[in-house]
Design a protein around this ligand. Structure first.
Ligand code: ADP
Ligand code: MG
Ligand code: MG
Ligand code: MG
Length: 418
């Protein structure tokens, strides 16, 4: 249902719309006729405009009543802008340094005006270009640990957590995209699937016949459907992270809902691994990218290790939720038990993350939506070779995820497959 007050804006209508919002007009400065508007949306779903004036700039994101990548034949509810805004508010509370400031939200127009991130670049582009970001691993680990911990039962009283779950319960259309495109379609014939053909025709057919992979991915789909563990970003790939040498910002949480924490951690790890496997496709004689590949794998290690440290620190210092009440574990036996609980919890979360990372990797090669680091490899044979290596590792991660006990097991396997 498109609300009566909705109209998709363009570079002509946008200045007049923004002029009526005093704090936004003030940020831009000068008169609306002086404001420059540029549509920069490179994502799959929405419009994004960069607006600059004499004093400053803003970014404006507006949802369309359909999927931008596909067109009007694939309707998608405008309510995703509401959920994105709700998530941004919760993320700003938990991880303000990594969350863009919100200047205005208009639910009817499915539109949010936010901080213009510049000179930040999309992390995925930096990974294709071979650029190192020294703050990335720490900042993303911090963002995930804080947003996940503070929206979980370890931090929230049960009634408050249930109230928040209810807020996001209606985000079913976006969840359905994940349920289909990540957990189902790559393992069956689906109209929108595509891959580097004919090079990957054989392995695509192998996945469609792979009963063990189907059982493993369906178990993960079950976790996604069933486990309202924390508010997750829901689309935390390297295209949703904007970076500079000193700052890291997380954008685009329209897929947010209460789901399994490992889905976000796996998104980061899986996308780093895809960037690692894409490196030979970007190597030149002057820049063979071998050191850079090692840097990416080190980021995988750093992201998990720092996440675990920060999350456990929050659990030690900030456990204000209803789960594992302190007075139940106060005596020495209880404290020993709680140490085991925490170790088991992190082990389970690690295993979930490995599985979700694998599912994310597979869908970016065999499913609908692909990624820039691989798509920009012009030589199809070379691209297919990179993709094949990524698929082989991901299949093992999916089916044998119990064999990955610590993060070094994963980076060692990646180095072997790469
Ligand atoms: P979608 O939901 O369609 O994927 P995104 O929120 O990912 O939309 O935004 C699409 C693109 O717009 C990003 O890749 C980025 O280049 C640009 N963008 C989004 N938000 C901002 C911002 N706050 N500042 C600068 N650029 C932004
Ligand atoms: Mg996006
Ligand atoms: Mg492709
Ligand atoms: Mg999006």
């Amino acid at each position: 249902e498109t609300p009566a007050g909705y109209r998709a804006l363009d570079d002509v209508g946008l200045p007049a719309y923004l002029a009526a919002i005093p704090n936004v007009a003030d940020k831009l400065g000068g008169a609306p006729a002086e404001w420059q508007v540029r549509e920069v949306g490179d994502g799959n779903l929405n419009l994004v405009f960069i607006v600059t004036g004499p004093r400053g700039g803003v970014a404006v994101k507006q949802a369309l009543p359909y999927v931008r990548l596909v067109g009007e034949s694939w309707p998608l509810p405008l309510s995703r802008a509401f959920f994105e805004h709700e998530a941004l508010v919760a993320q700003a509370a938990a991880a303000p340094a990594q969350t863009p400031a919100i200047h205005h939200h208009d639910a009817e127009m499915a539109l949010t005006v936010m901080e213009l991130l510049r000179p930040h670049v999309i992390m995925r582009k930096g990974l294709a270009a071979g650029i190192r970001y020294p703050k990335f691993a720490h900042d993303v680990a911090h963002f995930m640990a804080h947003t996940l911990f503070h929206t979980s039962d370890l931090a929230l009283p049960a009634a408050e957590k249930k109230r928040r779950i209810a807020v996001f319960c209606g985000n079913t259309a976006l969840c359905k995209i994940t349920e289909d495109l990540i957990f189902t379609d790559p393992y069956r014939v689906a109209e929108l699937n595509h891959w580097t053909s004919p090079q990957l025709d054989g392995i695509a057919a192998e996945f469609r016949a792979d009963t063990a992979a189907k059982a493993a991915v369906s178990e993960l789909k079950g976790r996604f459907l069933i486990h309202a563990e924390a508010m997750i970003h829901g689309d935390l790939h390297t295209g949703s992270i904007m970076v500079t040498a000193t700052e890291t910002k997380v954008i685009d949480p329209e897929f947010a809902f209460y789901g399994p924490m490992g889905f976000d951690i796996g998104a980061v790890i899986g996308n780093l691994l895809l960037a690692f496997f894409a490196q030979p496709g970007h190597a030149t004689a002057a820049d063979p990218r071998e050191d850079y590949g090692r840097w990416i794998l080190d980021q995988v290690t750093q992201v998990w290790t720092k996440f675990e440290g920060i999350f456990l620190g929050l659990w030690r210092d900030d456990a204000t939720g209803d789960l594992y009440p302190a007075d139940l574990f106060a005596d020495p036996a209880g404290q020993a038990a709680l140490r085991r609980v925490k170790a088991d919890y992190m082990e389970r979360l690690f295993s979930d993350s490995i599985g979700f990372a694998a599912a994310k990797m597979i869908r970016r090669i065999l499913g609908l939506a692909h990624i820039e680091e691989l798509e920009t490899i012009a030589d199809a044979d070379l691209r297919a070779d990179c993709e094949m290596r990524a698929l082989r590792l991901a299949r093992d991660m999916l089916v044998n995820r119990g064999a990955y006990r610590r993060i070094g097991d994963l980076t060692a396997a990646a180095a072997t497959h790469g």
